[in-house]
Ligand binder design. Structure first.
Ligand code: SF4
Length: 358
C-alpha cells in the first residue's frame, strides 16, 4: 500500500479511537471570555467576529493540546449554536438561500421545518469499511431534487419519521456509541437543513464518538464555518463534474462552483493538517464518465491530495428515472463494468487513494 494511503487510513483510524480528542470536545473547552449577559447582547456581526477569533484558538489548541483552560461558562460551541439559530431565521444553511424564517414555521425548498425529523437510526455495516459500524442517523427531507435519488422515500417526504429534540438526538447518538458505533453519521435526505439541532445535540453528548457529516455539501460558507471545527470526518458527495449536469439531474444551480469550493475549504483547513478525515463519495452515473466522473477525479487529484475517494458502482435507476425514463434516458440503466473500470483506472493513474474505501 502506498505511504499516502497508509497515512490517510491511519489518521481515520486514530480519529475514531478513544484516545483521539474529538473536535467537538475541544470546541466545548474553548471559553468565551465575556459574561453571559454581554454575550446575549452581542450583535450578529460581533458574534461572527468572536467566532472567527475562536476558530484561531481552536487551531492553537489542536497544535498545542491542553494549552487552553476548560470552559466552565459559555464556550465556542455556544457561539456556533447561537449563529446557527440566527441563520435559521432567514435560512441560508445551503446555497439555495431560501431566506425563509424557519423559526416562525415557514419552510423553504427542502420543506424541513424548525424541528428535524429522524426516520431511522442504527448501526450501519454497509458504509465504507474503515467507517463501520457507523452510527447512522437518517433525517427526513433534502435540499436537492435528484431524479435518481436512492433514498427518495425519505428525501422527498420531510414529514417522514418522528420529531426529535436536541436531547433526544444526543441520546440516539450516545446509544449508538454504546452499541459500538465508530462514528455518528448524520445523513438523510441531507443533514444540512437540520444543522442547528445537530450542533445543539453535540453539546449534550457525553463521551462523544467521532462526528461525521454525510452530505451533498451544498452548504453556504457560513454553514461550513459553523460545522468546521466540530466535525471529525467529512463524507461529502462529489456527484457531477460540471454545473449543467447538476442542474438537469438535481435541479441545482452552480453545483460545481459551490461543492468544489467547500471541499477545498475543508481539505485545506482540516484534512491537510490531520485534524479531520475527508472521504469523498463519487457515484458513477451511466453515460456521465467524460462529463462528470473523469473531471471529478482530475480535480480531486490536483486539489485534494489528503482526501480518499469512494468510487461507487451501485447506481441503479430509481425515483423519477423510473417514472419518466424518456427524460432521463442515459441513466435508465446501471453503469457498465467498462465504465466503472475506466473511472477506477483513472483514479489509480492519478494517484488517488480509493481502494480502501470503495
Ligand atoms: S436548508 Fe432548506 S430552507 Fe434552508 S436554504 Fe437550504 S433548502 Fe432553503
Amino acid at each position: 500500500m502506498a505511504s499516502n494511503t497508509l497515512d490517510l487510513l491511519g489518521r481515520l483510524e486514530s480519529i475514531q479511537s478513544d484516545a483521539w480528542i474529538k473536535n467537538c470536545a475541544i470546541v466545548q473547552s474553548i471559553p468565551v471570555e465575556v459574561g453571559r449577559s454581554s454575550f446575549g447582547n452581542l450583535s450578529i456581526e460581533e458574534t461572527w467576529k468572536l467566532h472567527n477569533e475562536l476558530h484561531e484558538r481552536f487551531k492553537e489548541s489542536r497544535i498545542k493540546p491542553n494549552s487552553l483552560p476548560y470552559a466552565t461558562g459559555i464556550s465556542y460551541h455556544d457561539v456556533k449554536t447561537r449563529l446557527a439559530r440566527h441563520m435559521l431565521a432567514s435560512c441560508s444553511f445551503c446555497e439555495r438561500k431560501c431566506s425563509v424564517d424557519r423559526v416562525s414555521g415557514k419552510k423553504g425548498s427542502c420543506g424541513v421545518g424548525i424541528e428535524p425529523r429522524v426516520c431511522s437510526a442504527f448501526l450501519h455495516f454497509g458504509e465504507e469499511s474503515p467507517l463501520v459500524p457507523s452510527g447512522t442517523i437518517f433525517f427526513a427531507g433534502c435540499n436537492f431534487k435528484c431524479a435518481f435519488c436512492q433514498n427518495d422515500d425519505i428525501s422527498t417526504d420531510p414529514s417522514n419519521g418522528h420529531v426529535v429534540t436536541a436531547d433526544a438526538l444526543a441520546k440516539i447518538a450516545m446509544d449508538l456509541g454504546r452499541e459500538g458505533a465508530k462514528n455518528i453519521n448524520y445523513v438523510g435526505g441531507d443533514p444540512t437543513p437540520n444543522m442547528h439541532l445537530i450542533l445543539e445535540s453535540m453539546k449534550l453528548q457525553q463521551k462523544p464518538v467521532a462526528q461525521l457529516w454525510n452530505s451533498n455539501f451544498y452548504n453556504t460558507v457560513d454553514a461550513i464555518k459553523l460545522l468546521m471545527d466540530v466535525m471529525d470526518i467529512w463524507l461529502p458527495d462529489l456527484k457531477y463534474g460540471n454545473n449543467e449536469c447538476a442542474k438537469r439531474l438535481s435541479g441545482i444551480d452552480e453545483y460545481w462552483t459551490v461543492v468544489t469550493r467547500n471541499l477545498k475549504l475543508v481539505h485545506d483547513e482540516m484534512a491537510i493538517k490531520g485534524w479531520a478525515s475527508l472521504v469523498i463519495r463519487h457515484l458513477v452515473l451511466p453515460g456521465h464518465i467524460d462529463c462528470c466522473s473523469i473531471p471529478c477525479m482530475e480535480w480531486i487529484a490536483k486539489n485534494l491530495p489528503h482526501a480518499m475517494v469512494n468510487v461507487m458502482a451501485q447506481y441503479r435507476p430509481q425515483h423519477l428515472v423510473l417514472s419518466n425514463p424518456g427524460k432521463y434516458k442515459e441513466i435508465t440503466r446501471r453503469p457498465t463494468y467498462e465504465e466503472i473500470d475506466t473511472v477506477r483506472k483513472a483514479a489509480t493513474s492519478l494517484g488517488i487513494c480509493w481502494k480502501p474505501v470503495s
